[in-house]
Ligand binder design. Structure first.
Ligand code: DON
Length: 316
């Protein structure tokens, strides 16, 4: 596919699917990396699974590989939970509880800002747990239902929690539990700690496929309106908050290199998914469970680098 210039990008439908198919076969043979195994249930995933999906803001859908394979959304859920917390409390209040500063540390680092005692940002585990603890509801069930309904708006159909992944993480997630207690100590979480953790583990265990992820990404690209259903998933007022933290913090301690090379907001998860947002143009999703040392999908990073180059997606 010919190089384009950002701003006048045009996908030629007949050629674009072929381009994605070529990308898929080019990177299918890459066998570097390892599947996540610190949550026992996740270690069971087939490492060969691989899919790429693109959804444009005018609702065109391009998909190759295992795009209907379900997996748990994991850390990619943090983006959407952040949007819901912003809607629930507004920007000023959320900023008092969770910062917007990249850490350069691993996603599960037990670290809070020295001065404010806030977690650094909503994309690392500590910040995500604090964010999720702020989701409104009269009890655990209502909070979970509000979360699930939020995912439904982004995706366009009902979603479910994978109970075995949820219980697997709940019974082994002592590091996250330690962070939650630390934040409770500093007043950054004031809800029941176990309830907040349960909701966080549940949001991470929501089942999606690669197509769902691309639709979610396209919804963010389309200022919060799902391009397939037309439903508003999140207040457009908060799109800039969401995309800014994705851009600076979404790929963890690879965020700087990602911003430099790929140049669009993105988020990864230890399930092997990555989704990226090209504002006003498209959502991109890749799923391949083999991860690098920083927890990002090896094939996912390579595919996004090449897509960005070929379509001139870099924002600058
Ligand atoms: O909190 C955890 O460890 C997982 N539920 C999610 C982590 C994750 O996806 C980090 N991503 N790279």
């Amino acid at each position: 596919m010919a190089q384009a210039n950002q701003g006048d990008l045009e996908i030629v439908p007949s050629q674009f699917l072929g381009f994605l198919k070529d990308l898929h076969s080019k990177y299918k043979s890459v066998q570097e990396g390892a599947v996540a195994n610190y949550i026992p249930e996740l270690a069971k995933v087939n490492p060969d699974l691989f899919s790429i999906c693109v959804v444009t803001v005018d609702g065109q859908l391009y998909e190759v590989g295992d795009y209907e394979q379900l997996f748990t959304i994991q850390s990619m859920s943090k983006v959407f939970a952040y949007g819901l917390a912003l809607e629930d409390h507004g920007r000023d209040y959320i900023l008092t509880r969770v910062g917007v500063e990249p850490t350069g540390d691993a996603f599960n680092a037990i670290i809070l800002d020295e001065q404010s005692k806030r977690p650094y940002n909503p994309m690392v585990n500590a910040g995500a747990i604090a964010t999720t603890s702020l989701i409104k509801g009269s009890g655990a069930t209502e909070r979970l239902n509000r979360m699930l309904d939020m995912f439904r708006r982004y995706i366009g159909h009902d979603v479910f929690v994978d109970i075995s992944v949820f219980t697997s993480e709940r019974s082994t997630g002592h590091r996250n539990r330690a962070m939650a207690h630390l934040m409770f100590n500093f007043g950054m979480i004031d809800q029941n700690i176990e309830e907040a953790l349960d909701l966080y583990f549940q949001q991470c265990a929501v089942m999606v496929n690669c197509r769902d992820l691309a639709v979610m990404a396209a919804t963010l690209a389309n200022r919060g309106t799902n391009p397939i259903t037309g439903e508003q998933a999140v207040d457009s007022h908060y799109i800039k908050d969401i995309l800014s933290v994705m851009y600076t913090c979404g790929m963890y301690n690879f965020a700087g290199e990602w911003a430099y090379k790929v140049g669009i907001p993105a988020k990864s998860g230890i399930c092997g998914g990555i989704f990226a947002v090209v504002p006003h143009q498209m959502g991109i999703a890749v799923f391949s469970p083999l991860l690098d040392a920083r927890g990002n999908s090896v094939r996912g990073v390579k595919v996004c680098e090449e897509l960005s180059q070929h379509l001139a997606l870099h924002l600058f």
